[in-house]
Design a protein around this ligand. Sequence first.
Ligand SMILES: [Zn+2]
Length: 244
Amino acid sequence: MKLFDAHVHLQSYGSAAELDGALRAARDSGVERLLCCGISPDDWERVLAIAGQYESVVPCLGLHPWFAGTAPAGWLERLEGLLLHTNCCVGEIGLDGVKETPGQEEVFLRQLELAAKLRRPAVIHSVKSWKRTRKLLESARPPAFMLHAYGGAAELVKNFAALGGYFSYGGGIMDPKREKLRAALAAVPPERLVFETESPERGAPGPAGLGEVIAAAAKVLGRSAEELAGLSFRNAERFCGPHS
Ligand SMILES: [Zn+2]
């Protein structure tokens, strides 16, 4: 079984040795590809360096909504410059209705427009802001986008899918209390489903734990884990690939 971890922050491991250990364990458990997202201008170079060092890592660069108010002047031009010299996705970008920051809507929209202009897929963080997220996606129209750790309702899936959305699920689906999350998972079109660990997460097994997430999803969906692993791998590859 080969697996694709659709959302990690490998730059946040405490040391190079820790990162190397996590990627080794991931490879031993079948994780062959990982989509690694930057969150602010401070870590973009590090994300690119890790992707240069490890062939399994797909880089993604963006300004996360939590840091929307503190980015240095010229950040958007710098982001565009880096994107033009790489084949990176745009992210992690988005809106957070729980952790409001000044200018996050403007920062999100500018990056969605950049993704649309350069024909790059966008990786999106959306928390309690589904209406606003949809409005901005409808306005900017990136070629594809992924709602990472999707926590929206099952009823919203259809609309986001029609706009080009992929839906990423992590360990939350294993939480006995999160029945709604599993209902939404079951509503996702199979060709838009991907899985993630968001490593490094405190106390979690790292990307090596992805197989467990996929096995849990397989149970919810009544499919085999092998089938779901293959399907989600192909989906993530398509998402990261060229968009014309
Ligand atoms: Zn993230």
